[in-house]
Ligand binder design. Sequence first.
Ligand SMILES: NC(=O)c1ccc[n+]([C@@H]2O[C@H](COP(=O)([O-])OP(=O)(O)OC[C@H]3O[C@@H](n4cnc5c(N)ncnc54)[C@H](O)[C@@H]3O)[C@@H](O)[C@H]2O)c1
Length: 596
Amino acid sequence: MAREFTKVGVVGLGTMGAGIVEVFARNGIDVTAVEISDAALERGQVTLTGSTDRAVAKGKLAEAERDALLARVDFRVGLDALRDVDLVIEAVPEHLDLKQRIFAELDRVCKPETILATNTSSLSVTEISVATSRPNQVIGIHFFNPAPVMKLVEVVRTVVTSADVVADVEALCARLGKVDVTISDRAGFIANALLFGYLNHAVGMFEARYATREDIDAAMKLGCGLPMGPLALMDLIGLDTAYEILDTMYRRGGRDRRHAPAPLLKQMVTAGLLGRKSGRGFYTYERPGSPKVVPDAHTPPAGDAALADGARTIAKVGVVGSGTMATGIIEVFAKAGYEIISVTRGAEKSAKVCEAVKTSLNKGVVRGKLSETDREAALGRITWSATLEHLADVDLVVEAVIEELSVKKALFASLDEICKPDVVLATTTSSLPVIDVAMATQRPADVVGLHFFNPAPIMPLVEIVQTIRTSAETSATARAVCATLGKTGVVCGDRSGFIVNALLFPYLNDAVKMLEASYSTADDIDYAMKLGCGYPMGPFELLDVVGLDVSLAIQRELYLELREPGFAPAPLLEHLVTAGYLGRKTGRGFRDHTRR
Ligand SMILES: NC(=O)c1ccc[n+]([C@@H]2O[C@H](COP(=O)([O-])OP(=O)(O)OC[C@H]3O[C@@H](n4cnc5c(N)ncnc54)[C@H](O)[C@@H]3O)[C@@H](O)[C@H]2O)c1
């Protein structure tokens, strides 16, 4: 029989603590909520009532339930109030000495059988436990932000945590409606170990002005389906907390440079820009604690007019290529009302692409998303050709041929000879430097990257890649075109992986390294990222879908260009590719898909 917890204590009512109090009180457990001062106590109280009032307003909680929930919480200053609780969860700032002091005090104040838990994200639970006389009753219970919403809890057992305590805490998590993964005491556990390198990298991109905050966040939301972008997430976590977590992970986790906090973070924390909780971080919020972003000096001007500022007029578009991307791109442009010339390497290929576009448009008609008239109009706008010379008077060319530099360079050299002045030449490359392609022409200022995502008709994102020679006019044209296609265009520099792949693949590679180190299982790692961070797929699910060979190739490119030791491809990934386990397409990758 698992132990019954009737009364718990929560220490620290900041970003996490207030949410943890809500989780317990919602599930019928009495909570003593402790802060360091009356002012901090009041802030915690305001957070809790704000959150429960919002739940009532959204119809997720009845008024009577809210009142009962709030009645279960006893707000107190000082740890002495925790004499008779069965379990304490500490959620004070991420400093080892502070946590050790609090645990020593809790050990003195609490009943001998009370379980003492920490919500630390990165500190050693073992080091915290030895500040008490009962390290076997000390455990990590790591909730995710916002605690009432996120389903995951990481239960961290040290080498001395007793098995009963682990079992009791696991049963408690189930009672709270949470899914737990139980792991050992390693910096960052599962989720943060995979998340914070990515978050820090995104801050580094912003700091280097590689892309704007809006574009970095939009890229990860729209390109990967994440619930929020990395900079907005940093604001939610709190920049002071994020700094401490990175700093601890850097020191405890083998001094991986990717965890050395980006210098900008320290500056922001020193300047009091802590994120949502202080009303300003990467974004500006309506008021401290508010989730609502308000415009500030860095907010880009809204509307199509701003996008079209300086853009050339585009009416006629050439698309070169006959693969998946070219086919999708032809459809996207045709639906948006552009006149298209599709150029392939022969009538047979053109017929295939034409068939594929028709099939896709027909699906739209069947699903009621497109009228028959619009389908006919879209098809009527496409001219099928096998001759590049037909592109002499187009305003924009989108190249989507095979991912080989020599082929792309030869094509761009031909386009340079054929096309009219002022044409915009775009490449859809996902891994080659756009500048290499641009320099195959005499007009590198007119060359830009337009990185569509697969399937192009569905994915809302396009990365607009500016080389150091791309003109402002070309870039403005690309932005305006994306807007008319109904896509979000994000502008970035010409570096390996652009925004999305550069931020996504190292994280996937890290997950493989974690599996390889036997820290956790593929299932638990997938759960952790889905339920703790709201990812639509776990890293191993995604790797199997993308293809392990494709993922390895991208990771190798990133490693070669950036020479970041942490980006070195995981040996396990290399071995699986060598063994022919490439993911869903071969029936086996990290998982065996033939048996499901
Ligand atoms: N922010 C996140 O997204 C997140 C997610 C999971 C876990 N965590 C972890 O949770 C813990 C708390 O982080 P946070 O972001 O909520 O921090 P926070 O700064 O928002 O809140 C900390 C609270 O602790 C209070 N406090 C400080 N000293 C105290 C004391 N001696 N006694 C009682 N209360 C005291 C402060 O007044 C403050 O209200 C950290 O260990 C952090 O790593 C944070």
